[in-house]
Design a protein. Sequence first.
Length: 748
Amino acid sequence: MDRGLREFRIRGVKTNIPFLMNVVHHADFKSGQATTRFIDNNPDLLKFVARKDRATKLLSYLADTIVNGNPFAKGHKPDKAFSAPPIPKYDHRVAPAKGTKDLLTEMGPAKFCKEWVAKQKRLLLTDTTMRDAHQSLLATRMRSFDMLAVADAVARRTPNLFSLEMWGGATFDVSMRFLREDPWERLRQIRAKVPNILLQMLFRGSNAVGYTNYPDNVVKGFIKHAAQNGMDIFRIFDSLNYLPNLTAAMQAVREDTTSICEGTLCYTGDILDPKRDKYDLKYYVRLAKELEKMGAHMLCIKDMAGLVRPFAAKKLVKALKDEVGLPIHFHTHDTSGLNASSYLEAAIAGVDVVDAAISSLSGGTSQPNLNSLVAAMQHTPRDTGLDPEALQEFSDYWASVRAFYKPFDTAEPYGTAEVYLHEMPGGQYTNLKEQAIGMGLGPRWPEIAHAYAEVNQLCGDIVKVTPSSKVVGDLAIECVARGVKPSDVFNLTGTKWSKDVTSMFEGWLGEPFYGMEAKKAADSRKKWNKLADAIVGKDGKRIKGRPGTHAAKINLADVRAELKGKLKKDPTEDDVWSYLMYPDVFLKFADFRKAHGDVSVLPTSAYYYGLRDKEEINVQLEEGKTLFVRLLNMTEPDANGQQTAIFELNGYPRHTTVTNKALAKNAVTKTKADPADPTQVGAPMPGMVASIAVSVGQKVKEGETLLTLEAMKMFAAVASPIAGTVSEIAVKISESVESKDLLVRLVK
């Protein structure tokens, strides 16, 4: 009766079914004691709990995607139906074998690392397929649906893995912004399916999982919440190797959790090149010793761009093993096509753990091939103990899944030595390329890569990893979009640069390393300050020292109250931490969920491309509740651009009407600003109007911010080129604009 009422639909009076459900669940009714006064005596029968109506919301999303496409799939239409990915075989009746998670629970982090990890003869492996592999190859667009489908098999077929890297980095932002799913739910769901293998995340020190600097109490609170929800290893790094930025995060892991604190040194340069002595072997040994003193349980060599060449890897690992008493975890990217050899040399030198990706998502800007590495180590003292046949089944699965993500599969299909010139992190490569394409700069990618290298040298050759690498990338893209060379930055006084660029040069990411030798360090500092003066202005606000000491402590009770007002309901702990990381992104995500529900349960092909005519999918909302959805027909658009999708839902017809945006009436052609007329302020690049800072009739000064544009995670302030009065604002908040579209008109 309960399920029949829940699945029944009545057009008209919406209170009939909730009322009947209250009746059939009432104790008096179930016991047969209801009388003719039953309704009068039980006024609570007329208090109705709002229905989730999840099916209706999902149908509205599917209909909109069928008609208008997924805005993030760039208009890609698959030319044929996808085949179901082959999930590796496993016995669901058998519990997963004991693994590293069980050992960590038994021994605690310090004992586990010193007495187990450090004493293993076999080479331990971290599988990055669920995080850095797809961040590097597919612009971080992999959905939880595809990870969860294979997670049970991972737990049972590869229990000898050291860890699964499946969270952190760009995934937190992208989950909400582009995938419309909750990153916290991903963590809990994978934890539930993989109870025996350590789960690992990438944590950006004082930047947490964001692009800005957060107060210490936010950094610590986020770590505690992540650990409570299943995180075992926190790989903590700073984008400039500025170690003071790691103190709050490392302290939180050691004091507030039972997880592993993995202190990280980020590699750049070339320790074999005597001419590049800014980042020499002594520099990395010094960093490693400091991280050990700060309380790291393990030490990570984070080679985010794949710059550690094979013989450098052997030299670096040997030196660190000699100087530091911590297990060493080596992370690299295979952008050059050479870095599997770096792992082999590191293994000879005694590295404890390395990061690799399942073969079909390896190579290029991703990690080296895990399957091949396992084969290479067979019949040697460092044999990994992993099953090659099982790994091949996982490779077959991910190869099939990869086809879903074709619009984002933009990495070069071959290795390139160009990485030694631009030094772009592997995890940034496809994301920056997506950013360029989204801004209409895709064909100019070679210019952007060249500008990236130039900007790095303008900065004095800094460590480049998120968020510092994002600043280098943003500045490179802004220069190309504005039609200027990076060296022209010094002549563009009064220009408003993106928020992230300005923030770094104000000091909010910390201080870069200038060098050990006094004269070279002085030259490097001078170069940095010169660029900072050009970006921020000589009179601009600058901070010194650890940014966390300048960031005011955030009152979490106030944040919860503020968020309650915005959501119109009590926020969960997940909501609070997501909002603190990405306020605007989270609120847009919350609005989307309110309208369309939890779309993470949809198959990936349906999420990105909708349904084909007569295609049927199964959607599991929860254990024991599955929807069977079939597209029966699509009507032709009417005069107002309205189209109706006719579905079959669990055997019943359902109609959902949406607007065909391409056919909607009143399409407006935007006016272009005259670049020769300073009273006409045009868009410097394609994007969306994020905020407007002025109103008509307001007087503005030269250089004053008029509005802010958002373009693929980059915020750019648009400044007034002259002093005058605002006579017209030609755009609205959330409106999309193209380059040179008129934004504001001024009068002198």
